[in-house]
Design a binder for this molecule. Sequence first.
Ligand code: SF4
Length: 359
Amino acid sequence: MSAPPRPDLLSLTPEDLRASLSDHFEGRGQPTYRVGQVEKWVYQSLARSVADMSDLPGVERSALAEAFDMATLDATTVQRSTDGTVKHLWRLADGELVESVLIPTPRRLTLCISSQVGCAMGCTFCATGWGGFDRQLTAGEIVGQYRASRQWAEDNGYGPITNIVYMGMGEPLSNRKAVHPSLTILNQGYGVGARRITVSTVGVVPGILELAARPEQFRLALSLHAPSTELRAELIPLEKRHPLPEVLGALEKFDDGGGKRITFEYTMIDGINDDVDLIEPLAELALRVRAFVNLIPFNPIPYQDWKASRPDRIRAFAEILERRGVSVAVRGTRGRDIDAACGQLRGHTLVQIEKARKD
Ligand code: SF4
């Protein structure tokens, strides 16, 4: 019989980590301050392995490494855009690949992280959706992207990460078993404020309700992309399972919590979802849940010949929404020169690996 998997130091919530370490060191007759030493290595010093924990006696490091796993990520590719955006492709312990992106702006450094390897949702405008689903990430692998990116940002003069968005590969609310603890770990362990963490969903209603029930003020972004069920179903297959009226009902519950902010993400695709007739229904939805609207020019992907909406059309959307009292921003497309649309870098790398295998 194979041994049960060891608990991963990076996947445990701070409370569980403390309890597990207390049991471990108590069982070994060690002083209680050993717990604090390990916590410091995990949350502050960003140790990559138990072997790094140099203030523990060697015998205690060996015992700790035997009792606990510590799943860290290795960067296989780092792409740096001319606009400062940095995309990492991380290799996980089993060889799977996930992406994260650092997006610097004058006042912020935002990290976009992945929650799954691939994605089962099949959204037609998304490179990850075209690649299909491989597996869920663990909480430690989600948090690991933050740890490794923070270290990279420090080493390369990018400064501290101020915001985290769960907008990389995968649908976070389809991996709630890992995403919930990862939120707790980032917030309580690494000290990232809840209001600086945004979870993005295409509309997984049970997940929105669970997030609404949490006491922390994590933010929620709905990938809306169309204000009617008919059009949305052409872009997001999940719309057939959780239609917009049901999603809006869940968002109202999220908003009921008070002070929890909702954002609508609206990717503007030329001739697909940028008809001016769509502005009024979009305004109505946004006003109903007091959502901030981000208009994002479509970032072309290899599997579709769609183009971004024309700038004048995007401006018209923004101006009319504003006149209707909706808070709106037009987001620049970042990192166009580095496969920055989610899933593209992994997609290209997998094609190269496959090609190398065949050659
Ligand atoms: S947009 Fe998000 S949910 Fe849809 S396929 Fe891409 S990663 Fe998955």
